[in-house]
Design a protein around this ligand. Structure first.
Ligand SMILES: Cc1cc2nc3c(=O)[nH]c(=O)nc-3n(C[C@H](O)[C@H](O)[C@H](O)COP(=O)(O)O)c2cc1C
Length: 217
């Protein structure tokens, strides 16, 4: 496998085959990609909703109205639709849950190791909460890493994908009851198989030249 080939052949699918459903083992790999995405201090400030049923996709599609109507068919015709959510707050209970899971997963040789990890993570978290006051923005950056992980991973799995920022965030938050869950929606990724109508599949990809975006020191 050449990862550069995947980067150059994966693309944003604009029309999905509504008759296609992703196989269960592929969905399982996609869930693993989401869970194992890296995040600063391993804070994992996210939650993923995965709509596979028609009912679930219709609920998500309620947010693709008005100026976002061009995205409605992508959500409805995809096999699976992932809604990436950011935590509304990064609080002590979440940090403790992450720490306890790290301990259960065998990350710490002793209590000092566990305390050191908590102190280090809290340093960064508190910096974003109280000094920079950009905790929400910082958490959303981590969520976008999961988007990138999924898009490249989907390409490697031969799954077509469409990342979608074009949706009404307030509607989606209301539909999924996110405020009550302490979450906000950030971005959607529709997954499935391209249809014959997908004009974008036939277009060449376009990126700025290497000399423009890369400086080798
Ligand atoms: C975060 C993000 C949000 C995007 N939102 C939309 C969207 O709402 N609708 C859409 O059709 N494409 C959307 N795109 C697709 C981009 O236009 C596309 O990734 C870009 O033109 C590069 O093309 P490629 O993905 O085919 O390589 C989005 C892409 C990203 C990364």
């Amino acid at each position: 496998m050449n990862v550069a080939d995947i980067a150059q052949t994966r693309y944003t699918t604009k029309a999905f085959d509504p008759a296609y459903t992703l196989p269960a083992d592929i969905v399982e790999q996609i869930e693993t990609l989401l869970r194992f995405s890296p995040s600063s201090t391993n804070a994992q400030p996210w939650h993923f909703f995965i709509a596979a049923s028609q009912e679930g996709k219709q609920a998500v599609a309620k947010a693709t109205t008005g100026p976002y109507a061009a995205n409605e068919a992508k959500v409805l015709n995809a096999s699976h639709v992932v809604v990436f959510c950011t935590r509304a707050a990064i609080d002590e209970a979440h940090l403790q849950a992450v720490l306890d899971k790290e301990e259960a997963d065998g990350r710490f040789a002793n209590a000092d190791g566990k305390a050191g990890q908590h102190k280090g993570r809290s340093f960064y978290v508190d910096m974003h909460r109280f000094e920079r006051r950009d905790a929400q923005h910082w958490m959303e950056k981590q969520v976008y890493l999961a988007v990138g992980t999924l898009l490249l991973g989907a390409g490697a799995l031969g799954v077509d994908a469409c990342p979608i920022e074009g949706f009404d965030q307030k509607i989606l938050d209301d539909v999924l009851g996110l405020r009550e869950k302490g979450l906000t929606s950030a971005v959607i990724v529709a997954l499935g198989k391209r249809s014959e109508q997908d004009f974008n599949a036939k277009l060449p990809k376009s990126r700025l030249a290497a000399e423009t975006v890369i400086t080798r020191l």
